[in-house]
Design a binder for this molecule. Structure first.
Ligand code: TRP
Ligand code: ZN
Length: 497
């Protein structure tokens, strides 16, 4: 299966004698980062993962996680060594069956040196055996492993994987997953995709989850705790699996009254975005103290706080919209975050209009009018906000405003064709803001460089003529706040770690 290194006879003999890998001279270490300027050491260079197989065991009482990760990858350069992003304690690494040397470096790098250098374009199987207490590990001074009274949860953005599996941690390298987790009987393990099977033995129950479509590492999730799991199928035929911590207290009813609408809302969004891209949908609500929701692929993460004021279909719409915009079509670089958040926010605007709580136009006019020109809000460029402002409210609100401006400029027919065509065009892949502009120009037949520049890339409030041209109300007094506004903004409770 693995290509042998071939070299001219004499040189080969010399190399054998000296026990030097034959073509080592042309092989070099893979880069410790994939090349994203926002996060230079996230992801790695030199290989591309196609599948993660994670076989894990977790003890909630002690937060001990142990397991074996088997990674199927292909090299993209001649490699003498390569990195994985990981924080737990590694006991053994094998590359193509042979024990490999390994060490740690930087904030979260596991550097693996295979016994034999790897040639470009060859398949590689990497086995990593590890254990550790994830809650004791940090990088850059933070942890995103969330302990709960009955277990723990891995769900964060952009960093979550380091605490539970070794990976090429960047959305550019998507892969399929099998996640198999043994937990003590009575505890459940929730992850992405479909539950293939469960089995019980000697006091441990094993859950076998499968994600059969490419998934970014930050969209892989793991929840361990005592959950009530519900299953069903949407009217449109999408299987739904939801899970609720048995310890949600007063938020339990509102959480269920929101997340149980997943099937209905998936079908409703399909009307705008096209067929649901995955084999399963759903969400889970663990008993964490966090405030945010996250679009973990097929199995959305919801903090109980999202339901503290009653049911909230709007946040469910936001996270489900990401399944098309962000999960199936992922960003190329983290600067392209508008591809995710602008559209998930716009989906909430569409829902607001559907519910009679404010039209998309009213919401756009409100965003435009309620931030005066000297508001720092306008200094954030949704098309390239910088790592510190990646999840600033402007990325969401100005981002959705830009989408309404686009809609008004190209008309509803072209706009809704773009909205539905884009997730097909780049299904299961990656795309950038520039790719989106190109696609919208192609579908609408209109040049859109000026419009994108004004609404996504200028660090200032678009002036009245631009607003008028985009059919937004540039009036001096703010229009009334749409009824849906507060609930929509509550989705932004993302920042407190
Ligand atoms: N992508 C999430 C959403 O909008 C929000 C988010 C941003 C987030 N940063 C985060 C969630 C950090 C968890 C952690 O739905
Ligand atoms: Zn979002």
């Amino acid at each position: 299966m693995h290509r042998r290194i071939t070299v001219p006879g004499a040189l080969a003999a010399a190399c054998l004698l000296l026990a030097i890998p034959a073509s080592a001279a042309s092989h070099s270490p893979g880069a410790p980062g994939i090349g994203d300027p926002y996060y230079p050491d996230y992801g790695n260079g030199g290989y591309d993962v196609s599948h993660y197989d994670l076989r894990l065991k977790y003890q909630p009482a002690t937060d001990e996680l142990e397991g074996t990760a088997t990674i199927e990858a292909r090299t993209t350069q001649d490699l003498s060594s390569f990195d994985l992003d990981f924080l737990l304690d590694v006991s053994e690494v094998r590359v193509n069956g042979a024990k490999a040397a390994f060490t740690t470096s930087g904030q979260h790098e596991l550097v693996v040196t295979p016994r034999t250098p790897l040639d470009k374009g060859t398949p590689v199987t990497v086995v990593v055996r590890y254990r550790g207490v994830p809650s004791t590990k940090s990088a850059y001074g933070f942890t995103t492993w969330h302990r709960t009274p009955d277990g723990a949860v891995a769900a964060d953005e952009p960093e979550a994987a380091w605490w539970w599996f070794p990976s090429n941690d960047h959305p550019l390298d998507k892969a399929t997953y099998d996640v198999s987790v043994a937990v003590p009987d009575g505890t459940q393990a929730i992850s992405n995709g479909t539950l293939q099977s469960t089995s019980s033995k000697l006091g441990w129950t094993r859950y076998n989850w499968r994600q059969n479509k490419p998934q970014a590492t930050y969209l892989a999730t793991l929840a361990l705790g005592k959950f009530d799991i519900t299953t069903g199928t949407s009217e449109g035929g999408v299987p739904v699996v939801n899970a609720y911590s048995k310890d949600l207290g007063d938020n339990d009813g509102a959480a269920r009254a929101s997340v149980e609408r997943t099937g209905e809302l998936v079908d409703w969004l399909s009307g705008y975005f096209g067929p649901y891209p995955f084999a399963s949908a759903g969400g889970y609500v663990p008993n964490t103290t966090t405030g945010y929701a996250l679009e973990t692929q097929t199995r959305v993460y919801y903090s109980p706080k999202q339901f503290a004021n009653g049911s909230n279909a709007s946040v469910v719409v936001h996270e489900l919209a990401h399944q098309w915009y962000g999960d199936s079509v992922s960003l190329k670089g983290w600067k392209d975050i508008w591809i995710n958040e602008g559209f998930a926010r716009y989906a909430q605007w569409l829902w607001s209009e559907h519910e009679g709580e404010g039209t998309t136009q009213e919401l756009a006019d409100y965003v435009y009018a309620s931030h005066p020109a000297d508001d720092a809000f306008w200094t954030v460029k949704p098309g390239d906000p910088g790592p510190d402002n990646q999840f600033d409210a402007a990325v969401y609100d100005r981002g959705a405003l830009a989408i309404q401006a686009l809609r008004n400029a190209i008309g509803d027919d072209a706009f809704f064709a773009v909205l539905k065509g884009w997730p097909q065009r780049h299904a299961y892949g990656n795309a950038s803001v520039a790719d989106f502009q190109k696609y919208a120009e192609q579908v609408s037949g209109k040049p859109l460089a000026a419009l994108f520049d004004t609404w996504l890339f200028q660090p200032s409030k678009p002036a009245a003529p631009a607003a008028r041209a985009a059919a937004l109300a540039p009036g001096r007094t703010a229009p009334a706040r749409p009824e849906s506004w507060r609930r929509i903004e509550a989705t932004n409770d993302v920042h407190a770690r």
